[in-house]
Design a protein around this ligand. Structure first.
Ligand code: SF4
Ligand code: SF4
Length: 289
């Protein structure tokens, strides 16, 4: 598709991480196509800028804008959220939150959880347990993999790993005005919201607790309330793939850590070659509660 020169220039200044810039060009071309245009115009790119502004959130957009204008540092990475120790037989992976996505509050919750998980894996000597369980020469494939995600989008697939912890955000409906703007319907990929004359109604059985609707509700009719953790365990993406089982939903940090310790306790008594998946297959998810 052709691009107007001024559109091209504005596109390069859209405040997004460099790794997203090629995809963002496709977003502009999509908007142009949907408008029946044969070229990307300045107006189209302005729309793209707004779409990414909504997506990245105010905080990150501000940081990126300042960086691109040479008036600020590169948006900071959350160093603490990167686990980088090749010398141990466990790993801790964090979702895109580690690149600065998500709110500072959620990043802090994950940092706190990561510290606790690391401490447990060290105290319980998971390194030695996994080494003893390996039936053949030790390699990275034997690692006990823990995944932390900041929302139920789960883009790093905790469901295919040994142990997953996903933050859940309960959305509350307040007495504030609902202007019927429909922003919440747009953000709810699970179609859990119905908009009535009295305002939104949430189907709690369908709601994934992602808080996207609350983040975009302009009046505060929908707000994030309590947060909890979904704990999942026993997934595997290797050989005979298996989706992990949910051990507990919307639980506390203390319970999450207890479940992790229970899982490690089971591994300590396991037979060589067994993984958490084998234990859950045999004893059921309740064995970890
Ligand atoms: S929290 Fe997420 S899944 Fe639940 S109603 Fe809001 S947007 Fe939909
Ligand atoms: S986003 Fe908020 S104000 Fe808009 S329709 Fe939904 S609940 Fe109402």
């Amino acid at each position: 598709m052709k691009w107007d020169e001024d559109a091209k220039q504005l596109q390069e200044q859209i405040p997004i991480p460099p790794m997203m810039s090629s995809i963002a060009r496709l977003q502009s071309e999509k908007i142009a196509r949907h408008k029946g245009l044969d070229r990307v115009t300045l107006e189209v790119v302005k729309e793209t800028e707004k779409v990414y502004g909504d997506f990245m959130g105010e905080e990150k957009t501000r940081e990126l804008k300042a960086f691109l204008a040479g008036e600020g540092p590169a948006p900071s990475m959350e160093e603490e959220l990167f686990f980088d120790n090749e010398e141990v037989l466990y790993s801790i992976d964090v979702c895109f939150t580690k690149y600065g996505e998500n709110t500072p509050e959620v990043r802090n919750i994950i940092k706190d959880m990561m510290r606790s998980v690391k401490a447990v894996l060290e105290e319980e000597k998971v390194n030695e347990i996994i080494a003893d369980l390996a039936p053949i020469a030790l390699h990275a494939g034997h690692r006990f993999n823990v995944v932390l995600t900041g929302c139920p989008n789960c883009c790093v697939s905790p469901y295919l790993k040994d142990f997953g912890i996903t933050i859940q955000h309960r959305v509350d409906i307040t007495d504030a005005e609902c202007t019927q703007c429909g922003e919440c319907l747009k953000m709810c990929f699970d179609k859990a919201i119905k908009l009535t004359d009295q305002g939104p109604v949430i189907d709690r059985k369908v709601c994934a607790m992602c808080e996207l609707c609350a983040r975009d509700c302009p009046t505060g009719k929908l707000v994030t309330g309590a947060r909890g953790f979904r704990v999942i365990a026993g997934g595997s993406g290797a050989r005979q793939p298996k989706i992990a089982e949910t051990i507990e939903n919307f639980t506390t940090k203390e319970r999450t850590i207890t479940i992790l310790k229970n899982a490690i306790g089971k591994l300590r008594k396991a037979k060589p070659g067994e993984t958490l998946r084998d234990i859950i297959d045999r004893e059921g998810p309740e064995a970890l509660r």
